[in-house]
Design a protein around this ligand. Sequence first.
Ligand code: FES
Ligand SMILES: [Fe+2]
Length: 391
Amino acid sequence: MFINFWYAAELSENVTNEPVAVHMLGQDFVVFRDTAGVAHCLSNVCAHRGAALANGKVAGDCIECPYHGWRYDGDGQCQTIPSLEADAKIPPRARVDAYPTVERYGIVFAFLGDLPEEERPPIMECKEWGQEGWRATTIIFDWDFDYKRSIENALDPAHNEFVHTTHIDKKEDDPFRIPPLDLINHDWGTGFHIEMPAPPMFEEKMRDTAGRDKASIFHIHAGYHGVSSFWTFIEPTPKFIRRQHFYETPVDVGKTRIFTVDMRNAMCDPKDDERMVYMDTLVMDEDAKVLLGIRPVLQPTTNIKENLVQPDSHMAHYREKLKEWTALGWRIDQDEVDRNQMKVAYAIPSPARRTSKHWTLDPLPLIPAATGAATAKVASIGSNVRDRQPE
Ligand code: FES
Ligand SMILES: [Fe+2]
């Protein structure tokens, strides 16, 4: 798991003046909304004696600890210690890490890391959100598989023929050969475009409803953005486009919460939402059935423990990109975290740790950044070679 990316914490509609407990990257957070309607995300561990802030309550613009009533504002600064004399000073270490938040696409995103604003990788964009002629459905999936295995699945064009009934016209005696696919670079990831024979199900059950032209092929664009987001754009015909955006939040090792924002430009009546949700769930269940059985649960430590072939090249590229982000010092040292489980409560370092030394919790252990040649390689990350959106 990696710090220094934006992660989907909770649906906006669920963030109110009641605290919400959220688990991300193996750590605990409390998310709440202040009186001005601003969403906040703080480390959940009270700086006094470690109680879970999410078990407390929102008091005005603060979250109040359930144990002794210390109150922390949205910046994580303790404002009140009820047991002290009224004129007593608040100790400098009476604070918890606070993480930048933004609300987009109906989701509260939290930046879990300490990078200054101008250096933060952006949230994967959903350009169609709120645009006329587009309609959204949003679904949350919770799975016991690792997010990296899920991203790899999205970058694997060869699985569609065997896993999904809705993506391709499957012919037993004439398998679909994956042509060499261009690696399309874009900010913070890569993608590809493939054309596949349209499945019979699409012809029979969907064409008439949307009043579209007859489709003979599906255009599919897919790719990843950062460590744990990916998109799949499916174009059965020019009149019917689905653009699916998957914001995957690593909840813990081997556990993933997927926020799916699915945009479409046809069948935009709200009564069609149910059908879209049904189809997305069907496809996700088909993928999950395979992903839950993959071993090892995490990526193998070396590619030679699998046998990658040409159509796996995009997935292999994602693995290389992860190495580059590891070289930046953003990867959590999970072995060290596991060694200290039960003994140490950690906090993901927040941006304020760059300017202040007064903290109670240890920063989450990270794999040290690389130096020299490896650092030179990571300089290429973020260079925008070609925009991700298809024409
Ligand atoms: S543990 Fe939170 S106020 Fe004491
Ligand atoms: Fe799939």
